[in-house]
Design a protein around this ligand. Structure first.
Ligand SMILES: C[S@@+](CC[C@H](N)C(=O)[O-])C[C@H]1O[C@@H](n2cnc3c(N)ncnc32)[C@H](O)[C@@H]1O
Length: 281
C-alpha cells in the first residue's frame, strides 16, 4: 500500500479529516482535494449539508454571545475548535467582554498551523492554542490552567466534536462501560473540573434522524481511521450530566435562541444535530 502523502508540516493530506472537511463545508480555503471530494459526495447526497455546517457555527456564536453577555462568563475553553473561521469564538467573546480569556484546543496539526492568527486577542484578554487530543482531558486541563482560572466559571465548548469521539475507549475505569477515554467519560471529566456557574456548550450529530449522507460519512471516516458516532437525544443529554440545560433545551442548532443571531440565513431546513447549553450546578 502506498504511504499516505504528508506535507512539510507532517499533515496527512491523502484522506479526509474532520477540520478540513468542515472548512470545505463552510467555504474556507484550508483543505485538500481529499476533503473537497468527500464534501462534494456528501452534498450530492444531501444538498443541505453546508447549511447545517453554517448553522452549527452560528449556534456556537450565539451561545458565546449569551455567555459573554448576560451570563457574565469571562473564560472559554473551546475543544475541537477547528480551522479559524471569522468570527472565531474569541472575537465574539472579546467584542462583548474585552477581558475574556480563551483557550482553543484541537488535535489537527493544520489547525495549529492556522492558529497563529487566532492568538491576536484584545490587549485586556488572552487567547491561546493547545494542540491536544480531546481524549486526554488531564493534559488539556493542565495546559488550559496556564491561561484559565478553574476556580472561576469557564465556558467549555465541544461543538460538533463529540461525534468524533467513540464510546468505547481503550482505558479501564470510570464510565460504567469500563472506559476512561470514551466520549462520555471524557466530557464528564472535563465538566467535573468546572466551577459552579460554568457552562457546557455542545452540539452532536443526531442518531434519531434519517439522513441520506450520515451512512456515507460514517463509512468514509471509518475507512480513514476516524470514528463518526451519531447519538440519540438521550445519549446526547447524558453529556450534560451535572449541568442544567438552559432554555430552550436540546434543540436543532437554528432553534437555539435565534434572537441572538447576527446576519444569519434561515430557510427552515432541518439540521440533524442536537445543540444545547448547560449550566454547571
Ligand atoms: C466539525 S469541526 C467543528 C469545529 C468547531 N468546533 C465548530 O463547531 O465550528 C470538528 C473539530 O473537532 C476536531 N477533533 C476531532 N476529533 C478530535 C479529537 N479527538 N481531539 C481534538 N480535536 C478533535 C477536528 O480536528 C475539528 O477541528
Amino acid at each position: 500500500m502506498a504511504a499516505a502523502p504528508f506535507d512539510a508540516d507532517g499533515i496527512d493530506t491523502g484522506r479526509p479529516h474532520p477540520a478540513r472537511v468542515y472548512d470545505w463545508f463552510l467555504g474556507g480555503a484550508h483543505h485538500y482535494p481529499a476533503d473537497a471530494e468527500f464534501g462534494t459526495r456528501i452534498v450530492a447526497l444531501d444538498p443541505t449539508a453546508r447549511y447545517g455546517a453554517r448553522h452549527n457555527r452560528w449556534f456556537m456564536q450565539r451561545a458565546t454571545r449569551h455567555l459573554a453577555g448576560p451570563a457574565g462568563v469571562r473564560q472559554f475553553l473551546d475543544i475541537g475548535s477547528g480551522i479559524p473561521t471569522e468570527p472565531n469564538l474569541h472575537r465574539v467573546a472579546q467584542d462583548l467582554a474585552p477581558d475574556a480569556r480563551v483557550v482553543y484546543v484541537d488535535h489537527d496539526p493544520l489547525v495549529r498551523v492556522h492558529a497563529a492568527g487566532l492568538l491576536r486577542g484584545t490587549g485586556a484578554g488572552a487567547t491561546a492554542f493547545v494542540e491536544a487530543d480531546a481524549r486526554d482531558p488531564e493534559l488539556i486541563l493542565e495546559r488550559a490552567a496556564e491561561v484559565l482560572d478553574f476556580s472561576r466559571p469557564v465556558a467549555l465548548s465541544l461543538v460538533a466534536v463529540t461525534h468524533f469521539l467513540p464510546d468505547t475507549g481503550t482505558g479501564t475505569g470510570t464510565d460504567g462501560d469500563g472506559d476512561t477515554d470514551g466520549a462520555h467519560a471524557v466530557v464528564a471529566r472535563l465538566v467535573d473540573a468546572l466551577a459552579p456557574g460554568s457552562h457546557l456548550v455542545l452540539s452532536q450529530l443526531s442518531g434519531d434522524e434519517e439522513t441520506a449522507w450520515v451512512g456515507e460519512a460514517v463509512d468514509q471516516y471509518t475507512t480513514g481511521g476516524v470514528a463518526l458516532v451519531p447519538r440519540t437525544r438521550a445519549q446526547t443529554e447524558r453529556f450534560f450530566t451535572g449541568c442544567a440545560l438552559l432554555a430552550p433545551g436540546l434543540v436543532q442548532p437554528p432553534d437555539w435562541r435565534p434572537e441572538l443571531g447576527v446576519g444569519e440565513v434561515r430557510d427552515g431546513t432541518r439540521v440533524p444535530l442536537y445543540a444545547g447549553v448547560g449550566r454547571r450546578e
